[in-house]
Design a protein around this ligand. Structure first.
Ligand code: FES
Length: 120
């Protein structure tokens, strides 16, 4: 039986303007010791792991294509920021994190490791 994912939510900014956006609308932050790539598309903010699942390219050095996919700077594999799907078709999966804009700021959801890490 698949357990429902449990998230702990961490405030990462007061507003989308608080991030140190690079010209490519990407930046890297650290949450609970994990490096996270943050992306901005219009008014929306997305979060994914900082390194490409292919060979570890730093995604914050990549760019967003017209459809809003993140493109890795190393070999240009593309990933959907909503579900992590490798839309250029190489079969990888990018870990993404849910982002919520709340009245008091922007939060990122990180999966809880479970009771002392025994359960995933
Ligand atoms: S490291 Fe990202 S596409 Fe190869």
């Amino acid at each position: 039986m698949a357990a429902e994912k449990k998230y702990s939510w961490h405030k990462i900014a007061e507003s989308a303007n608080d991030f140190f956006w690079q010209e490519n609308n990407l930046c890297e932050i650290e949450v609970k010791g994990k490096k996270i790539c943050i992306a901005k598309k219009g008014e929306e903010v997305f979060a994914c792991t900082s390194k490409c699942p292919h060979a570890g390219g730093y995604l914050s050095d990549g760019f967003l294509d017209a459809a809003g996919n993140i493109v890795c700077p190393l070999h240009r594999y593309k990933y959907n920021l909503q579900n992590g799907r490798n839309v250029s078709g190489e079969g990888y999966y990018l870990k993404t994190y849910p982002v919520e804009k709340r009245a008091d700021g922007i939060y990122i959801g990180m999966e809880e490791a479970g009771f002392f890490g025994l359960f995933k």
